[in-house]
Write a protein that binds this ligand. Structure first.
Ligand code: 2AM
Ligand code: CA
Length: 265
């Protein structure tokens, strides 16, 4: 394992123990609403501090972009951190949440870790070196079309401007596929595409920290990640489609007729 992946795994495990320690006493947590429907607790903040502490001990000069504390530092290397992806699930005791840590070098994804502390599943990837779940190599599915495909998605929870457009996509894809799941942690949804548990996934309005690590996992597992129109602006726009090569093309084509002009790629 390369040195940055080793540090990311160590940081993810530390955040995992912060998160699991409080999972049995959720009623005692102080929760606040950052924006409409967007919650945060002391667990998110403590897990984030544990991650940043571990990274900075190894790489004091590296810059950080983290969900709770924002962007700090200026360097060619930047760590993109979501300390608890699926906070709403976590706060309800719904068992689907993860830690997501990615490293970018001059904007290019180099290292990715998504860790599910409940199932002790560690998804890792390094650019050019493939993706793993614990010690097992990952590969996206070879699904061709919509028939028989199991897709993940996220329902818009904050910005409702594109709800009708989204519902159009959902309707078109529900009719044609084996099923659609909305698990609630985009980081894990991407990891599941990488692992072949989902054939594909799409969502509008994600933040970079939700899926930076997931994007590298899918790419290193042989899949494709794009913006909602099939281009390369997904990390900027947060409107994403991911799947194996052939299904990805079909998803882009099926979603396209439902896209409003105003929606950025
Ligand atoms: P978060 O838990 O780190 O905020 C997918 O919809 C993404 O949106 C999740 O990965 C989740 O990341 C974020 N999100 C924030 N609030 C949400 C909500 N109320 N319902 C679903 N997802 C939410
Ligand atoms: Ca998140």
């Amino acid at each position: 394992m390369n040195p940055t992946t080793t540090i990311a795994v160590r940081a993810a495990r530390q955040a995992g123990s912060v998160i699991m320690r409080s999972f049995s006493r959720l009623d005692t947590l102080t929760v606040s609403e950052k924006q409409v429907n967007d919650y945060v607790s002391e667990v998110d903040r403590n897990a984030e501090q544990a991650i940043i502490g571990t990274i900075h001990k190894a790489y004091p000069a590296h810059a950080i972009l983290a969900e709770e504390s924002g962007a700090h530092g200026k360097d060619d290397f930047q760590w993109v951190i979501d300390p608890l992806d699926g906070t709403t699930n976590y706060l309800h005791g719904f068992p689907q949440f993860a830690i997501s840590i990615a490293l970018k070098h001059r904007g290019k994804l180099e290292t990715a870790v998504v860790y599910d502390p409940l199932r002790d599943e560690m998804f890792t990837a390094a650019r050019g070196a493939g993706a793993l779940l614990n010690d097992r190599r990952l590969r996206v599915t070879d699904q061709k079309g919509l028939k028989g495909a199991l897709l993940g998605t996220g329902i818009p929870f904050r910005d409702q401007r594109y709800m009708d457009a989204y519902l159009g996509m959902l309707k078109a894809l529900t009719q044609e596929t084996a099923g659609i799941r909305r698990p609630g942690s985009a980081a894990l949804d991407f990891a599941y595409v990488a692992a072949g548990r989902l054939d594909g996934f799409w969502e509008l309005g994600l933040s970079e920290w939700d899926f930076a690590a997931g994007a590298l996992l899918v790419q290193e597992a042989g899949g494709v990640v794009s913006d909602i129109r099939g281009g390369g602006r997904h990390l900027e726009t947060g409107n994403v489609i991911t799947a194996g090569v052939r299904l990805h093309r079909t998803l882009v084509e099926t979603i396209r007729p439902h896209l409003p002009d105003a929606l950025s790629a």
